[in-house]
Design a protein around this ligand. Structure first.
Ligand code: MSP
Length: 511
């Protein structure tokens, strides 16, 4: 049976419309899902929305809606963005789904039965937006400012606590013994330091508002939104209701998260799982944050990058490509409109688009639109490109998206150089160079074919258009086969197959 791959994105709060940050994680997860599907692996790709909690309740008051109405309205935006961005998730979970609520309660009750949850008193400063009591250090840092911040309220309540402190040593041991559990390494060190400072028990119920899952043992309490939300990764694959499904997919191979929610995923979540006797996910990868034109995105600045705008103007694929091409996945990066334009003009119009259109039109002109014979001794261009392809695969397996794409850029650049240097337009005039010209043309088409597979996870539509030009089946039509392995070799294109010149792939963006 094919090896499984289970990947998740965070579930997004429905108090706001989706922006570039949300698109970033979701596109990254989609690339990984497609990358493994095209290698014949069975993939489960989960995304969804986080719909409970004080933040949602407060926003709903402001917009004069019931929390559920707010969620129903905003969730449509997320779903339609994912459709426009060609996201291939297998399930979209809402924390207000019945199955999720059932599973989240089962998870809570299991920790309760295992004696890890107790009733106690809690008083402290609570940050409404983050749904979290502030830590002592945060309170110290804020000083007097705490009193003037409308987002921070004093909260005293009877609350159920989770015995987080009990898991401190076990957690540290696990993190140290499994270097791949938290990535990249800098984030891992951050978590280790945090745990080493000592973990306090965690308040996991609230009585100060209503919008959440009520606890059966004490219905005045609703479940802490992070306990509810994190359990989505389990409830989506049958936890508490379908043991076979759970067996099939759990543990998750990777949870993709932003750096701001690292602690929730690398401390709380594994501790809850340990308590419930559930295996831990294999890894959590925390990516960096986007700034916009050098500044932090914020409501007050009104500088959110709206993914809808970019997708409508330039199409999903260029936007997807740009997001993952610009900087390493674990680091922060900046979004600028000019950089977007330059990057796409250079990579997609000049390097890729140009190569495809000039090569295919030469096959049209010099070979009556039919592919030449497979040469028996391919040139160094081919062995070079195969080597870049192998590196691409290794980079993508470690989520080094930018480096994987860089390997493809090398292939494109070398092939374009090969065309410039061999001057096929001159060869075409010399009958004695006919064989040589045909060899080149076949090889260039082969590189384009390989690139259409390598770029497929990033740009499923554009690469599909390339494959149609070469008369090839779409990557997704190859289903359980290992398309990557099958196509990362030489001599796949059939001689005499017809090519279709058609329209240019990508039109340059004007300043
Ligand atoms: N609901 C929680 C997650 C629960 S997961 C069990 C949440 N939601 S969120 O909508 O606020 O944020 C979702 C993700 O968006 C986070 O991973 C966060 O890092 C990411 N981003 C928010 N702004 C971002 C940028 N400016 N850049 C990149 N990612 C950013 O947190």
């Amino acid at each position: 049976m094919a090896e499984k791959f289970y990947i998740t994105t965070p579930i997004y709060y429905v108090n706001d419309y989706p922006h570039i940050g949300h698109a970033y994680t979701t596109v990254a997860a989609d690339v990984m899902a497609r990358f493994y599907r095209m290698q014949g692996r069975e993939v489960f790709f989960l995304t969804g929305t986080d719909e409970h909690g004080q933040k949602i309740e407060k926003t709903a008051k402001l917009t004069n809606e019931k929390p559920m109405e707010l969620a129903d309205r905003v969730v449509v935006r997320f779903k339609s963005l994912w459709e426009k961005l060609n996201i291939s998730h297998d399930h979209f979970l809402r924390t207000t789904d019945r199955e999720h609520i059932f599973g989240a309660l089962h998870f809570f009750q299991t920790c309760f039965k295992n004696d890890d949850i107790y009733l106690g008193d809690y008083e402290g400063w609570y940050a409404v937006n983050d749904e979290e009591f502030l830590t002592d250090t945060q309170v110290q840092e804020l000083g007097d400012a705490i009193h003037n911040n409308p987002n921070i309220v004093r909260l005293k309540e009877k609350t159920y606590f989770f015995k987080l402190s009990k898991y401190q040593d076990k957690l540290l041991k696990h993190i140290k013994a499994n270097p791949e559990f938290i990535q990249p390494e800098s984030r891992r060190n951050e978590v280790i330091k945090f745990i080493e400072k000592g973990l306090k028990d965690l308040s996991i119920s609230r009585t100060s508002f209503k919008w959440g899952i009520p606890l059966p043992q004490d219905p005045n309490h609703v479940m802490y939104v992070w306990f509810d939300a994190l359990s989505n990764y389990l409830t989506a694959v049958g936890y508490g209701r379908d043991e076979k499904l759970l067996q099939k997919w759990w543990p998750a191979n990777v949870h993709l998260v932003g750096k701001d929610i690292l602690r929730f995923h690398c401390i709380f979540w594994p501790a809850f799982l340990m308590s419930a006797g559930v295996e831990l996910p294999q890894s959590v990868f925390a990516h960096g944050w986007w700034t916009v034109e050098g500044e932090k995105m914020s409501k007050s600045k009104g500088n959110f990058v709206d993914p809808f705008e970019f997708v409508e103007k330039f199409g999903a694929d260029p936007f997807r490509y740009f997001l993952l091409r610009e900087f390493p996945f674990g680091q922060d990066g900046n979004f600028s409109r000019e950089q977007f334009r330059l990057r796409l003009n250079n990579d997609l119009a000049n390097e890729l688009g140009n190569l495809v259109s000039r090569t295919i039109s030469m096959v049209g002109k010099y070979c009556e639109g039919k592919l030449p014979q497979v040469p028996s001794n391919p040139t160094i261009l081919i062995s070079d490109c195969l080597a870049h392809g192998a590196k691409y695969r290794d980079h993508l397996a470690t989520m080094s998206f930018d480096q994987a794409l860089n390997e493809v850029s090398f292939m494109l650049r070398k092939t374009n150089q090969s065309i410039d240097q061999s001057e096929p337009w001159k060869m075409a005039k010399d009958e004695t160079k006919k064989k040589q010209l045909e060899q080149h043309l076949y090889e260039w088409c082969e590189v384009i074919r390989m690139v259409s597979v390598l770029l497929y996870p990033f740009m499923p539509t554009l690469t599909g258009e390339i494959r149609k030009k070469l008369g090839l089946p779409l990557v997704e039509e190859k289903k359980e086969q290992n398309a990557l392995q099958q196509e990362l070799k030489f001599g796949v294109l059939l001689p005499r197959a017809e090519v279709i010149v058609g329209s240019p792939l990508f039109v340059r963006i004007e300043a």
